[in-house]
Design a binder for this molecule. Structure first.
Ligand code: SF4
Length: 373
């Protein structure tokens, strides 16, 4: 594999060509699956309709098995190392969608990884895990009664046994081939993530028949490792390869990858309103140098981070989104007016979310078992 095709799931990479990712790693295009889901009467999430979820592995198999009555789990993990932002919301929205279909949701709070890879102290990781991640997920609409949240360091013996089994089934050279150069901390974190993904199939954790992992495109190395491990462990323990979906990464307001480490270009769901407004008003757009030029040539929504916010988060109605796209392209809509409209939507969202968050924080501490050692 060429070095340019190695993806560091802990890095701040930007993926410019999603089609190359499909071809290089054998991820199937999601567009081919859409008709099958429609035929099966499964409603499409807007990320599926809008091409934001662009690829999958084995989701077709799992959806067929779901129709036959098999029990499906959906698992995702969050590293509690920073504040919850609109990039995280992308995953949250998908969990809520799968929950509405009747799937069991598991959320791993990756405190072990946060310590190993980012040196986040345990107390900080636990507080951030509960108050930022669990609380925001609940405030967004994830039903806590149908969701199992857990901290990695608190997950019990069978889960840790899996990590040890995995460590005997992969060599350092194979890990390097998947991830590039790895520190021991990252090797342990990768094997722990494989345990997160697969352990829900063990009887002790519910014995689910299949697991779906919705991830950003930069997380595929973990899925490839986990699928290989599943095959290699077969004579010891019979687990099914995880299915996965891949979404495009939302850009920050400066056009680069959205990240907690660049707070000026990232809108957090707990940002004070004035802070969020200033960030949004300074965002990179696809507008032209002058209003006159924009009226003549039109804007470029594909280059615009405000349009990204509309498409991913702020406009749920496809017809309204199409209208804005066309108004922009034709030059009838200028960026100043467009940003003010975006702010009106964002302000409403943040105000409502803030109210829900207060209640959600109280619930979060009641339902999550905080590691006690
Ligand atoms: S008009 Fe709106 S969508 Fe078009 S480039 Fe400007 S801010 Fe972006």
């Amino acid at each position: 594999m060429a070095d340019q095709d190695k993806i560091d799931p802990w890095g701040a990479i930007e993926i410019k060509d999603y089609n190359r990712l499909l071809a290089t790693f054998g991820i199937k295009p999601f567009s081919q699956l859409r008709p099958l889901l429609v035929e099966q009467g499964i409603p499409l999430h807007l990320y599926m309709r809008r091409g934001i979820i662009f690829g999958h592995r084995d989701l077709d198999i799992v959806m067929n098995e779901f129709k036959k009555g098999k029990r499906i789990a959906v698992l995702t993990g969050f590293m509690p190392s920073g504040r919850f932002h609109f990039g995280h919301k992308l995953t949250a929205d998908q969990l809520i969608y799968y929950q509405s279909l009747g799937f069991k949701i598991f959320v791993a709070l990756a405190d072990a990884e946060a310590f190993a890879v980012r040196r986040i102290p345990r107390e900080t990781a636990i507080k951030v895990g509960v108050e930022e991640y669990v609380a925001n997920l609940i405030a967004l609409g994830l039903d806590p009664k149908k969701t199992e949240f857990y901290f990695q360091t608190n997950r019990g013996t069978p889960y840790y046994r899996l990590i040890q089994l995995f460590s005997g089934k992969v060599t350092a050279a194979e890990m390097t081939a998947i991830y590039g150069d790895l520190t021991p901390a990252k090797i342990v974190s990768s094997l722990t993530q494989a345990a997160d993904i697969l352990h829900v199939q063990l009887e002790e954790y519910g014995g689910y028949d299949y697991v779906i992992v919705p991830v950003g495109a930069d997380q595929d190395p973990h899925l490839r490792l986990t699928r290989d491990l599943t095959d290699r462990l077969r004579e010891v323990i019979d687990l099914t390869r995880p299915a996965s979906t891949y979404h495009k990464l939302i850009r920050g307001l400066d056009g680069a990858k959205m990240s907690s480490s660049r707070p000026d270009s990232t809108i957090f769901l707990t940002d004070p309103l004035e802070t969020a407004r200033k960030k949004l008003m300074a965002a990179l757009t696809g507008g032209r140098a002058t209003a006159e030029e924009q009226r003549k040539l039109g804007g470029i929504p594909e280059k615009c981070t405000i349009y990204d916010l509309y498409m991913y988060h702020l406009i749920l109605d496809d017809e309204k989104l199409r209208e804005i796209y066309e108004e922009c392209r034709s030059g009838r809509l200028l960026c100043g007016k467009c940003k003010r409209y975006a702010w009106s939507l964002l302000e409403e969202f943040l105000r409502e979310h803030r109210e829900k968050l207060e209640v959600a924080k109280e619930i979060a501490y009641k339902i999550v078992e905080v590691p006690g050692f």
